[in-house]
Design a binder for this molecule. Structure first.
Ligand SMILES: [Fe+2]
Ligand SMILES: [Fe+2]
Length: 327
């Protein structure tokens, strides 16, 4: 199999686990998880989820009707969030490059890398078809944002270490699941909700694959895996952070309750950490204990930041409500 070059990172500790050795040691687990995934992932057809009867020609080449915001029932929050989710999915070539470089393209790892890429490809296709058929977002703005976002590419924060990469994707797949799920909930269109629930289900299976891999890594190389989890959790950024206007969109998404600090802490970090029993994990050496302790301190801090966010959110929503009632 093609394997990533041997990495030497200062955080690898004294146990001598290089990325190459870890990739080989985990190959059996990857094969088992891949087979489990293939057994539970049911085929689904993106075209069945798109209401094509709502579609019609656009202006320009075909001389149809220009896009207008009034044409769709999707909420403003739904539009912002759908665009962020779609552009995130759109950068798949870069994600494929990152994981193929890290995990290799042969053996069970390679089969997973390609299968995962094919499943993710379906998400971008389905969401774009849905948005264009239902005229939910400005197609010209969307295409320009896609060009700009993909032209920048995506570089992982974790390409220096395979354990950091595995830890990141375990949390990131769950973050993506929650983001699609909540976008559907607030989109104001039951068909959109139905499609995003289907996609969220795929993201959940991706999370389970990586989470189970991370569990095996914790058993093989506990100190290094603990360090990777601590680093990834304390420096977590969403894969779409390079999207044009991301900060502003992220603020709207946070206030609207699609994705914010409270959701990140309660629905993304904690479920994975609890499942892996990360905070109760015994048998760590001094380096693992330091990482576990850092993680605990960080999570406490994040929880109190999330509480402050919720207070600001409640105040802002109350002001908006008052303005609506006054107007
Ligand atoms: Fe996806
Ligand atoms: Fe995914």
């Amino acid at each position: 199999m093609t394997i990533a070059p041997v990495q030497s990172s200062p955080s690898l500790g004294s146990s001598g686990w290089t990325d190459t050795r870890l990739i080989l040691a985990l190959e059996e687990v990857v094969e088992k998880e891949l087979n489990r995934h293939l057994g539970v992932a049911k085929e689904w057809m993106p075209h069945e989820f798109v209401p094509w009867s709502q579609g019609r020609d656009f202006d320009g080449v075909l001389g149809g009707e220009a896009w207008n915001v009034e044409q769709s029932q999707v909420t403003p929050l739904g539009r912002v969030s759908l665009v962020v989710n779609l552009l995130t999915e759109d950068n798949l070539p870069s994600y494929h490059h990152e994981i193929a470089t890290m995990f290799g393209r042969e053996g069970a790892w390679g089969t997973w890398v390609h299968r995962w890429t094919a499943e993710e490809g379906r998400h971008g296709i389905a969401i774009r078809d849905f948005l264009l058929a239902t005229r939910a977002v400005d197609p010209i703005e969307l295409e320009r944002a896609r060009m700009s976002h993909m032209s920048e590419g995506f570089e992982s924060d974790n390409s220096h270490s395979m354990l950091h990469s595995v830890a990141y994707v375990a949390f990131q797949e769950l973050a993506t699941r929650i983001s699609h799920r909540n976008t559907g909930k607030y989109a104001g269109d039951p068909l959109c909700d139905q499609l995003l629930a289907k996609i969220a289900n795929d993201e959940n299976l991706h999370m389970v694959f990586y989470r189970n891999l991370l569990k095996a890594a914790l058993e093989i190389a506990p100190d290094q895996a603990m360090r990777a989890i601590a680093d990834v959790v304390t420096n977590f950024r969403m894969p779409g952070h390079g999207i044009p206007g991301f900060e502003r969109a992220a603020a709207q998404i946070a206030i609207g309750g699609v994705y914010n600090l409270r959701i990140h802490h309660d629905d993304v970090l904690q479920p994975v950490l609890r499942h892996l029993r990360v905070m109760e994990f015994g048998g760590l050496g001094p380096e693992g204990l330091v990482a576990q302790n850092e993680l605990g301190v960080f999570l406490d801090g994040l929880d109190s930041q999330a509480r402050k966010f919720e207070e600001r959110q409640a105040a802002l929503l109350a002001r908006r409500e008052a303005r609506r009632n006054a107007g």
